[in-house]
Write a protein that binds this ligand. Structure first.
Ligand code: AMP
Ligand code: ZN
Length: 460
């Protein structure tokens, strides 16, 4: 069955035609590891994973690269402001290499918890400085750059067109004036490829330009080329990458090989919070750990993301998370219910579900429609092994780890029961300090304790 993807490059939903039927080559822009990922960032990797799983479900093999930006870069896309990694290093009194290692590990732990399949190749920028150097030298040799004392710039006026993805012309960019004009640049859209390191700059390497470091955009072009060649199938990222980072990647590739590196460019929309932007100053920026501390297992956040298409903004609320929690439980219960039964369900009925599911996922990852098919299977009144197997098959795309789901032990361990009994006794004697002390021990052991008129509920 054909797959359709919305391609930012052509601004159309198109039939997906792989370059090589045997293996899809794909590149995803990864995280900058100077802080914990927030749940908005994580939406981007859930999208990436959803796409991976759908391609695999369709029988394709993948060679998928994701970069880790661990070289320090400036806080704006347009090479201005403070160096993110240095800023974090100062904040935490560590060196930038330690910062990068720590937050990369934290990021990988988060995506593991979300059951995001790791790309075949995870490429750290700091381990590819030589690859970037070779790449930039060729762009220089091809005549697409100019140099100031401390920076090698890409000269966008040398291109037939700059701005192929966002379809903006440079005049619009000037008018928008989001990018302040740097006196050293010849054209407003020009950007840094390689930068001489100031004395106090820690992340720097010996190169053709002295002690220096690469510009941010370069790593994706150079590592994409190294692992996937100069023309591969799919490139993904967040919508914020469209106007600068991905335009610059395309510019670099054109300067290097004359080609646009990928045939399909796919971008995931932003997660909003209570209808607005997430930000530290509004105190509404959450990490996966924050959600866990509020009692949501990571897969609930995964489930929540299936309520909207990746190309639409999605609004995060705790009410929506509660609904996702209920939905995940319903799905698990449905899976267990079908596991218990052996009622007759015809092959045609199964085939019909399969076709509807495949049609939905192959229509530009339409997960809300795919989920409606999942619910039809869950709600099927017959209890059937075939329906259980079907849910497991759909779970190859959903990634909700159904096969490892077992009903949680409802009875409490003996030690905990004894503590609960002691606490009940203390409460009956109005010995509140003793009751509080035992409650703290239970919490310490990973249990929640809720007192109500009907009695005390203790849960893992
Ligand atoms: P960064 O680590 O800042 O480079 O961002 C990592 C990824 O998160 C990028 O693909 C961004 O496009 C994406 N991203 C950042 N904020 C959000 C958000 N609120 N919703 C969805 N994706 C986001
Ligand atoms: Zn990138």
């Amino acid at each position: 069955m054909s797959i359709k993807f919305y391609n930012t490059l052509t601004r159309k939903k198109e039939e997906f035609k792989p370059i090589n039927e045997k293996e899809i080559r794909m590149y995803s822009c990864g995280p900058t590891v100077y802080y914990f990922a927030h749940i908005g960032n994580l939406r981007a990797y859930l999208f990436m994973d959803n796409l991976r799983r759908i391609l695999k479900y369709n029988g394709y093999n993948l060679k998928h690269v994701m970069n880790i930006t661990d070289v320090g870069h400036l806080v704006s896309d347009a090479d201005e402001g403070e160096d993110k990694m240095m800023k974090a290093a100062k904040r935490e009194n560590k060196n930038p290499f330690e910062i990068a290692q720590f937050y990369m590990d934290a990021f990988l732990a988060d995506i593991d918890k979300l059951n995001v399949d790791r790309p075949e190749i995870i490429a750290r920028a700091t381990e590819h400085i030589d690859v970037m150097e070779e790449y930039v030298k060729k762009i220089i040799d091809n005549g697409y750059t100019y140099q100031t004392e401390d920076t090698v710039y890409f000269d966008t006026s040398k291109l037939d067109k700059y701005g192929v993805l966002s379809n903006r012309n440079i005049e619009d960019q000037k008018a928008g004036a989001r990018v302040e004009f740097d006196e050293n640049k010849k054209n407003i859209a020009d950007f840094a490829l390689w930068i001489k390191a100031p004395e106090n700059h820690i992340m720097k390497w010996d190169s053709f330009f002295g002690k220096s470091y690469p510009g941010w955009h370069l790593e994706c072009s150079a590592m994409g080329y190294k692992y996937l060649g100069d023309n591969f199938d799919i490139h993904t990222g967040g919508v914020d990458h469209i106007p600068i980072h991905h335009e610059n990647e395309i510019a670099q590739s054109k300067g290097f090989s004359g080609k646009i590196p990928a045939n399909y460019w796919m971008h995931v929309e932003f997660l909003q919070i209570n209808g607005g932007k997430m930000s530290k100053s509004l105190n509404n920026l959450y990490t996966l750990k924050d959600l866990e501390e509020k009692g949501y297992e990571p897969l609930v956040y995964r489930m929540f993301n299936f309520t909207s298409n990746y190309r639409a903004q999605i609004n995060f609320t705790f009410e929506a998370m509660d609904s996702a929690k209920v939905a995940l439980n319903r799905l698990r219960e449905g899976y267990l219910r079908h596991s218990e039964g052996n009622e007759y369900v015809s092959d045609d009925e199964i085939k019909n579900y399969e076709e509807r599911f495949l049609e939905a996922i192959n229509d530009d990852l339409n997960m809300p429609v795919a989920m409606s098919v999942v619910w039809d299977v869950v709600k099927n009144p017959k209890k059937s092994q075939k329906l259980k197997e079907l849910l497991l098959k759909f779970d190859e795309v959903l990634g909700l780890d159904l096969k490892n789901y077992k009903k949680e032990e409802k009875t409490l361990p003996k030690e905990i029961l004894e503590l609960v009994n002691l606490r009940n006794e203390a409460r009956a004697n109005k010995n509140w300090s003793e009751s509080d002390r035992i409650r703290d021990i239970l919490i310490e052991k990973g249990y929640t304790v809720k007192d109500s008129k009907e009695g005390t509920i203790v849960e893992k």
